[in-house]
Design a protein around this ligand. Structure first.
Ligand SMILES: [Zn+2]
Length: 462
């Protein structure tokens, strides 16, 4: 059955940035069937379910092209513990370890992340994780479109940015490839194609040349996309230079033919201009993870990456899934960095967070609203004190919008959230359980490890 959302504003986020006022959008069979004047579209689809779109706007859903859903576990702890930007480098992204969770507990933390993603208008998530098979059933059930990128690496006993020598572990490599094979066999193309499986290399200083070559071969064989953390922190750059005869991380990848247009390179912050050129020449997609970048006090040079030919998309990375915040922080960060109060434009920021993200994930017919494209969209309420007067909707939403404005989310033509209610998960139970699981796990870690300083204001476990 078709659905027509009428009497509304339709923001296409297409290449021409068209906005249709007093318009309707028709959805049929998981695709957008038509966009046009309300009266005309209603007449064309007389039997469709009619959804009143007054005081609402319809936009494409957001694509979060770099996240780790289960790291909601570290919310309130890791945001304020970034590694140093100058030597001495210590290794790892946080000075304290994550508490251990059971697979069931981790799946709940991932569901919590998915709930936040849906509530902030996300329709596509590229999840980079380890042992994703253990929570893939719950992720498929969220109704979100997902690329599940299982991670491989072969450096033993170290984390990103560790100055210690590179110790290769073939066991680690084999385990990673086994996990990828298992996930791909079960989940690639699942849920009528809503779930696909990609491959992930952890980071340049965590992967030997042999591992990266093997992963590139596998990616081509599986005909899927690849992702990697790249030039994330200065410690990583120093580590790669020490390990690979002075090469910079992106040069190291280029030397192994690891840069291409089906690679999503996350971060790209601590980067020399010659690396930006290499990425651009390969037409690589960049995940601009603006909110975590701001929290870390680092910034990628988005204008340079874009000018060199990269496809700029956006991600939330750790501890947060709010793409409304990511989009706005990206616009703010780039304006500050460029010392330019006009650029990027809100239309550009919206395109990064939607259309470009879909393109990065190999779904060029999603992330923008046009007849024939996938019906992955959101409805926001516009009758809000912070959104009126409503004259330039894209500008107003990018500058002033909130995740809480998102009232409905549709993926593949199915409502994942409607009238403010997430239909695919028991939200109250997940919020309650995730809070208890995480707080108990951290309290246990701090009790077992008195050498770790408890962060200020830490609440006692329930
Ligand atoms: Zn990450």
């Amino acid at each position: 059955m078709a659905t027509v959302i009428h009497g509304t504003t339709v923001v296409t986020a297409g290449p021409d940035d068209a906005v249709h006022h007093d318009a309707a959008i028709a959805i049929e069979g998981g695709r957008i069937a038509a966009i046009g004047p309300s009266r005309e579209i209603r007449a064309r689809f007389p039997d469709a379910e009619a959804v009143d779109g007054r005081d609402r706007a319809v936009l494409p859903g957001f694509a979060n092209v770099h996240t780790h859903l289960g790291l909601t576990l570290a919310r309130g702890v890791y945001e304020d513990l970034s590694p140093p930007h100058k030597p001495p480098f210590c290794g790892g992204l946080a000075p304290i370890p994550l508490p251990k969770l059971s697979a069931e507990e981790n799946a709940v933390m991932c569901q919590l992340g998915a709930l936040e993603a849906i509530r902030s208008g996300t329709t596509l998530v590229l999840e980079d994780g380890v042992d994703i098979a253990s929570y893939a059933p719950q992720m498929a059930a969220t109704g979100l479109r997902m690329v599940l990128a299982e991670r491989a690496w072969d450096r033993a006993g170290a984390g990103i940015g560790d100055p210690a020598p590179f110790e290769v572990s073939e066991r680690l490599a084999d385990e990673g490839f086994e996990r990828i094979a298992r996930l791909h066999a079960t989940w690639h193309g699942a849920a009528e194609g809503r779930i696909t499986v990609g491959v992930a290399a952890w980071a340049p200083d965590m992967c030997s040349p042999a591992l990266l070559r093997r992963l590139r071969d596998l990616q081509q064989k599986l005909d899927t996309l690849c992702t990697i953390h790249l030039n994330q922190i200065w410690g990583e750059v120093a580590a790669v230079q020490a390990q690979r005869d002075g090469m910079l991380p992106t040069e190291y990848l280029a030397s192994l033919d690891f840069l291409h247009d089906r690679l999503v390179a996350a971060h790209c912050r601590c980067m020399a201009h010659r690396e930006e050129k290499l990425l651009g020449r390969a037409r690589t997609s960049v995940a601009f993870n603006s909110a975590i970048a701001a929290r870390r006090g680092l910034s990628p040079r988005i204008s340079a990456l874009e000018a060199e030919g990269c496809n700029i998309a956006m991600g939330s990375d750790n501890m947060a899934e709010d793409m409304v915040e990511v989009m706005r922080t990206g616009l703010f960060m780039e304006r500050i960095r460029r010392e330019d109060g006009r650029n990027p434009t809100p239309e550009q920021a919206l395109g990064w967070a939607t259309r470009n993200g879909y393109r990065a994930c190999g779904v060029p017919d999603g992330g923008w609203l046009a007849p024939g494209n996938r019906a992955d969209l959101i409805m926001i309420r516009t009758d809000r004190p912070h959104l009126v007067p409503l004259m330039r909707l894209v500008s107003t939403f990018v500058h002033q919008g909130q995740a809480a404005d998102v009232e409905a989310v549709m993926v593949d033509g199915s409502w994942v959230m409607r009238d403010g209610v997430v239909r695919t998960m028991d939200e109250a139970a997940i919020v309650r359980d995730a809070d208890r699981i995480a707080r108990r796990a951290w309290a246990r870690l701090f009790a077992e490890r008195p050498d770790i300083e408890v962060p200020p204001g830490f609440a006692p476990a329930p």
